[in-house]
Design a protein around this ligand. Structure first.
Ligand SMILES: NC(=O)c1ccc[n+]([C@@H]2O[C@H](COP(=O)([O-])OP(=O)(O)OC[C@H]3O[C@@H](n4cnc5c(N)ncnc54)[C@H](OP(=O)(O)O)[C@@H]3O)[C@@H](O)[C@H]2O)c1
Length: 298
């Protein structure tokens, strides 16, 4: 009998990382999660529930010294990063994690990419994606197999964080051409792709490819509500709005949602091809099925 190889997950208390851990446990695979000291409240309770299903926890931080982080990784052969934060984490922390994974003798690294097609963007298009490319350049010499999972935008984010849907006002807002196709995928389907033990290189997976017009129609069908589709301006006007907000705020995360929308509505970060056929076992959930389960669509 062969023993399944262990996966180490950084970011297990997060939106995506928790579902990656859960999907691994569903498969009966051994998984160890890096948890920052002092994790309390809901996150601690969620970890305890995963621990009851077999998750192994180890305290630490991706910015820990390489030796300490390598000891945390231990005998895991795959290291998945689902961390989210600033450049000290996405660039320096992830490079540190790669060095620790090499030291520990791991074989594979999945960086915290999980985005639109980051390979098609240029510096300045989206600062969070710039950091991911900077990290990749810094660990380009690694002996590990690096698997970059690209999923477009999460359904969860299209309906929530991005500020596109206002359930109270009954509006779906968008910039640019309402017929530009966009790649979108649920968090759960993205997590399933991240687990593929045979994967190598960059994988582009979309649960659905929908324009904003189709996104709006899907939301109306799924909720039975009439929602207004509101155009906020052209893609160039969106760029100007990003520049305006960037000059006005101390916090770049204030306008990052607009940067992601710009990358999508211009088609610049659209997947040229999809790797969905490499994952016949993943039957992506549709947006229409997903929407009724979201809490805030009443
Ligand atoms: N394509 C899309 O639409 C989309 C949308 C959202 C996210 N994403 C991507 O998905 C990935 C995960 O994002 P998320 O939204 O799941 O993130 P999240 O919910 O904010 O979770 C971030 C995780 O990183 C951990 N973390 C932060 N700093 C750390 C450190 N120094 N050491 C170790 N762990 C640390 C956090 O731990 P604590 O609990 O201790 O803070 C948490 O577990 C990112 O690459 C993000 O860009 C993609």
């Amino acid at each position: 009998m062969t023993t399944a190889s262990k996966t180490f997950v950084a970011g297990a208390t997060g939106l995506l990382g928790s579902q990656i851990v859960s999907a691994l446990l569903d498969k009966g695979a051994p998984v160890r999660a890096l948890v920052r000291p002092g994790t309390e409240g809901d996150k601690k309770a969620a970890l305890a529930a995963l621990e009851a299903r077999g998750l192994e926890l180890v305290e630490g931080d991706v910015t820990d010294p390489v030796e300490k982080l390598a000891a945390a990784i231990g005998d895991a052969t795959t290291v998945i990063s689902a961390v989210q934060g600033g450049p000290e984490l996405i660039v320096d922390g992830q490079v540190n994690l790669v060095r620790a994974a090499e030291r520990a003798g791991a074989r594979r690294f999945v960086p915290s990419d999980f985005a639109v097609d980051i390979t098609r963007l240029e510096d300045g298009d989206n600062f969070m994606i710039d950091w991911r490319r900077q990290a990749a350049a810094a660990y380009d010499d690694t002996s590990l197999d690096v698997i970059s999972v690209l999923n477009g935008a999460f359904y969860e984010v299209m309906i929530g964080f991005m500020g596109i849907v206002d359930w109270e006002a009954g509006t779906v807002s968008h910039w640019g051409d309402a017929d530009q196709p966009l790649d979108i995928t649920s968090v759960a389907d993205t997590a399933a792709v991240a687990l593929d033990p045979r994967a190598k290189g960059t994988h582009r997976f979309a649960g659905e490819v929908l324009s904003m017009r189709q996104f709006h129609q899907t939301l109306e069908r799924a909720t039975g509500r009439s929602l207004a589709l509101k155009n906020l301006g052209t893609a160039d006007e969106l760029r100007a709005e990003i520049t305006r907000q960037a000059a006005a705020t101390q916090n770049p995360f204030d306008y990052v949602g607009l940067q992601y929308q710009w990358c999508m509505v211009t088609g610049k970060a659209k997947f040229d091809t999809l790797d969905n056929t490499k994952y016949p076992q993943i039957k992506p959930g549709s947006l229409e099925d997903f929407v009724p389960g979201t809490a805030s669509n009443a």
